[in-house]
Design a protein. Sequence first.
Length: 138
Amino acid sequence: MSATKIRFLGELEGSVRAQWIAQALDARPVAEDEDADLVVTTPAALEEMLEEAEATAAYHRSGDQERVPIELVDRLLAGENPVKVWREHRSLSQRVLAAQAGLNFTYLSQIETGARKGTVKTMKKLAEALGVDLDDLT
């Protein structure tokens, strides 16, 4: 019996093609729970594994980021004012948010309705008070 142990992944696993490759290499196919000296796969299966690994890595990188309900995302995508959406998500009244950001309540109301645009300085204050990045409000 050969010392070379081979594992096949994807559509090759258990196929006639895999048997032919193992025989040509004088290798013994092994189960998933055994160590293998050689692993053989198809380009499509490799691409799928890489995509899955990339998605897993992206998920783990986002571990310290806030997760928000889909309803909040839907409102933002629908074009609602981000300051209002985030304020309501944080369960803050306009008066409380205005006070936390050091703004006049009327000015905040005008920003939320679109009657006025906030300056960069104002939007930074609002972002800080809401605990979001400035980009989340623009």
